[in-house]
Design a protein around this ligand. Sequence first.
Ligand SMILES: Cc1ncc(COP(=O)(O)O)c(C=O)c1O
Length: 410
Amino acid sequence: MSEQKLALMGGKPVSESLVCPQWPPVEEATSQKLVDIYWSRQWSFNGLYERNFAYNFATFHDVKYGVFMTNGTVTLQCALAAYGIGKGDEVIVPALTWLATAMAVSYLGAIPVFVDIEPTTLCLDPKKVKLAITDKTRAIIPVHLYGSMADLDAILDIAQHHNLVVIEDCAHTHGGRWRDRRVGSWGDVGSFSFQQSKVMASGEGGICITNNAETAERLFRLKHIGYASYMSKGQTISGSTSELTCYNFRATEFQAAILENQLLGLEQRLATYNQNAARLKSHLADVPGVRMQVQGKAANPQSYYALVLIFDEEPLVRVPLKILLKAIAAEGLHINPTYGAVYQHILFNLPKTKYRVAETLCPVAEELATKHCATIAHQWLGADEQTINIISDILIKVIVNAEALVYKYA
Ligand SMILES: Cc1ncc(COP(=O)(O)O)c(C=O)c1O
């Protein structure tokens, strides 16, 4: 593409009508189920839709048990609690993630220890994980972030060597495979979110999956105020949960029904996302100045919560990210920065005594991820070929004409 005046500087935008596919998806069949549930008056308490969905989601992952909950934060909290993790214990989390990953640790009185990410995948760096382990470390939470997968081979190896629990945070990774198995099935527990923006979305919601029967029962009791899945309402048995602090983290039948058909369509959705991600990657492959988040080395296929662009090469590295995003928006495409390092996020308010940044520090999360990365939300990857071509044109126009931004804003 030749030099052109950027829209931010008064030029003609590439598109004035680019429309992001609507999210979450809606359909008549689900709408009818919701009406039926409403009239049935069976809205909660381990109902038929919940039991079916938990079973189907676990089976989809080739895992034995699924425990459905209110969101993907309490799933992490319960997963840690199921292994007795609490006050004074340390849990390793990546420095780049949504802050829920760390808060779930903190809610139990444990200490989140932030470890840096790889500059390629933007996921937890196993070499730095090793260096952060102390005699208080009890667990690692690898997050499969945006559109990549943490190096499960290396992390599971380290965990086994140090006898640590692994909770996979799959809030961004529905349906992706690591080698021949789906993510979420590799760690002791896989934790998923179904919050409104996620690739499977029920407004709010979450699930834990595990192959361990004892863990599954503890997870169920933790979220169902002490009841086991085989107990009926009103039935109590004394003493059985005395060592667990149980909660009401129950989700409803409505959420389970919304997710039922989304699960059936997930593989098709991922195929479309992968095809469009490959298209965008190939369009941008020879454009100097931008690279993409690298997918997990054994991803097969990848699952996308977002496609991450990394602007860490000349001349774009010199353009403030805010300006770059404005320039892209002016051409017709609205994309966002990443979360940035958790402990620098405006909503993160733990006192310094309640978390630790690993001694190796987190320059990749603080510099690269915060200042040079942008995320294209997954729903764009569900768009038609023409829209994907326009997205490429916008990015290429801004990148090719970046010198003008450097001149004015750097
Ligand atoms: C990586 C990650 N972990 C955990 C969560 C928490 O999920 P929820 O919002 O369902 O509590 C999120 C949500 O955005 C997330 O992005």
